[in-house]
Ligand binder design. Structure first.
Ligand code: F6R
Length: 606
């Protein structure tokens, strides 16, 4: 969602700010802005609706200095207008903000009573006003921060520039990520480590309730009581090159192609390739667990729904999969014998974090299956199962999803072993299958040019339905989600067996159905659903394998033939097909594939 960058002590801070904003573009936003403290002591701003490139092209080149803050905004309070874009300014305070200040109306009224007026509809401008009023009263920037931050309710991250402290930036974190960075002669602040890679030599991840003061000489973290907090400094990892598309047209395509590598890398953290056995993780013993809860949002939750089939089938343990935004409001019945797994690429999704808090309160063991290792979720969980997908920049999740699946597949084997449901021989057989997944993904990518051709026709459709059974049912949901989010075509996923209970009424000439139908034990059932669609004039694309293609040879369907595989591995090959379909249809439609409208990469508000 929104993104924050700031720096102090750079020669031309504006160049860093624009570069930092570019790196945060992937998070999703609809306006952007920078504010720089000029050598003459004045703070000047440039803001614009739309892309960072538009801000960069239109900004006044005379806006230059050593200290500044910048922001990409995803509209919540107030529309996407230049006036609502950050940075906001009140009196001697300039500020950017991620998150939502829940009590902003009450705070706004109190400022109005003191004669403040507002230029925007945002909750952010209210915080700037509060800080300006506190600065006038206390005479000190730090005292103003200590006065105002405890008044704010909600989840937020702030970066603040006071006219009275030209060599310093302040920050505050409560429920939205923020980190500080440093190198010799400069200090930084950002909401995402990617903004600082290549700039800061060291970074420090703030905790909830932390305030920070950053200067060119260092970072000071303290609490709302003003008492210093000790926070670890980490060497800044990664490289800015990670945020480069290389020869690919979009990050999404690059990330689809990276999957063989990152799934392989993730797998080796969870299985021993030499012995073909699953690795034990310290503190992870589910032999006596009552049940597993899997909680996440969007694609992450769908990874959980695929794993439900694997965990129940292989390990014989009850599994309940929940969407975090529903879970947190439905009084779930929890027990200390439950193990709750939270799946998240970002590790910062507000609903999933809140669901984790509920489970912790109930005494359940919490496991974070996350891609961002310094995220709040990773830090708050009892145990972390990492996915090693690297930064995922395309808003539509691809490589994070397959990495989540490979961790869950390994976990299903581990739990099956712990519960005495997997012999040594079966373990070797199953792990050997998983070790073939990276190769299978590479081979599956051979369908790319065929999918690109099919996309021309699919892009003309009003409605596309996806069907699947067993583990391919959640993949049907994922296929539909992927297609609708980046191509804006109305798409729905159904369990193939549900077709005749309602959705079949939608079938008529012109409607396209994508059937995920590898030749498994349920193939004949899915084949009969395909026949039902064809009988009503719908057209069908069957995602299948050699045996499935043979069985469908005399059926008038378009075949996408994947390399043959079995068991859990097949889900990975099918995932490649649904990702490529969504990608090429979106390209055909000319949408903004990496930053689809209205969407954000990391949803840090409710
Ligand atoms: C869809 C997509 C989203 C995310 C969801 C959860 O392609 O990317 O549905 O999966 O917003 O995000 P994380 O995994 O960061 O918790």
């Amino acid at each position: 969602m929104c993104g924050i960058v700031g720096a102090v002590g750079l020669d031309t801070v504006e160049n860093f700010l624009i570069d930092g904003l570019r790196r945060l573009e992937y998070r999703g936003y609809d306006s952007a802005g920078i504010a720089v403290l000029q050598p003459d002591g004045a703070v000047r701003r440039a803001r614009s609706v739309g892309k960072v490139a538009m801000l960069d092209a239109s900004r006044d080149r005379a806006i230059t200095g050593h200290t500044g803050i910048a922001h990409t905004r995803w509209a919540t309070h107030g529309g996407a207008t230049e006036n609502n874009a950050h940075p906001h300014r009140a009196g001697r305070v300039t500020l950017v903000h991620n998150g939502i200040i829940e009590n902003f109306q009450e705070l706004r009224r109190s400022l109005q009573a003191d004669g403040y007026s507002f230029q925007s509809e945002t909750d952010t401008e209210v915080v700037a006003g509060l800080l300006d009023r506190a600065l006038a009263r206390t005479g000190s920037a730090k005292a103003a921060m200590l006065d105002v931050v405890p008044q704010l309710q909600g989840a937020y991250a702030l970066a603040v520039l006071f006219d009275t402290e030209p060599g310093m930036l302040f920050g505050a974190r409560h429920g939205a990520p923020l980190l500080a960075g440093m190198k010799a002669g400069a200090g930084f602040i950002a909401s995402d480590a990617l903004a600082l890679t290549g700039y800061a030599s060291h970074v420090c991840y703030l905790e909830n309730g932390d305030l920070v003061a950053v200067t060119k000489d260092g970072i000071e973290v303290f609490g709302v009581d003003g008492v210093k907090h000790q926070r670890e400094l980490h060497k800044s990892s990664g490289s800015a090159i990670l945020a480069d598309k290389g020869n690919y047209k979009y990050f999404m395509l690059k990330e689809i192609h990276e999957q063989a590598e990152v799934v392989g890398r993730t797998l080796t953290a969870h299985v021993d390739a030499l012995g073909s056995t699953v690795k034990q993780h310290e503190g992870l013993d589910l032999s006596r667990a009552n049940r597993i809860l899997i909680i996440g949002c969007g694609t992450a939750a769908l990874a959980g729904r695929v794993a439900e089939y694997w965990l129940e089938g292989l390990a014989g343990i009850p599994v309940d999969v929940d969407i975090a935004s529903e879970f947190r409001y439905r009084d779930p019945v929890l027990s200390p014998d439950d193990v709750a797994i939270f799946i998240s690429q970002s590790g910062e999704t507000a609903d999933t974090l809140e669901a984790m808090r509920l489970c912790k309160e109930a005494g359940a063991k919490t496991i974070a299956l996350v891609n961002t290792l310094h995220s709040t979720m990773a830090r708050d969980a009892d145990l972390v199962l990492p996915t090693l997908a690297g930064p995922e920049i395309g808003v539509a999740s691809t490589k994070a999803f397959t990495c989540q699946l490979i961790v869950l597949a390994s976990l299903a084997l581990l739990v099956a072993k712990q519960r005495g449901r997997l012999t040594g021989e079966q373990e070797v057989e199953q792990v050997t299958d998983l070790l073939e997944v990276p190769g299978l993904i590479s081979e599956a990518l051979d369908i790319e040019s065929q999918i690109a051709e099919m996309a021309v026709e699919l892009a003309t459709k009003q409605t596309v339905l996806y069907l699947g059974r067993h583990q391919f049912f959640p993949l049907a949901l994922e296929g539909a989600l992927k297609l609708k989010e980046i191509s804006y075509i109305h798409a729905e996923g159904y369990a193939a067996g549900e077709l005749k209970h309602g959705p079949i009424a939608l079938i008529e000439p012109g409607v396209s159905v994508i059937a995920i139908a590898p030749h498994d034990a349920l193939f004949a059932k899915t084949q009969s659903s395909i026949e039902q669609v064809l009988a009503r004039g719908g057209s069908v694309i069957a995602i299948t394998d050699e045996a499935g293609a043979k069985a469908l040879a005399s059926t008038p369907v378009d075949i996408v033939k994947l390399p043959s595989s079995s068991g859990m591995a097949t889900a990975f090959a099918c995932t490649i097909a649904i990702q490529l379909i969504a990608y090429y249809v979106a390209v055909e439609k000319g949408t903004d594939v990496d930053q689809p409208r209205n969407l954000a990469k990391s949803v840090t508000v409710e």
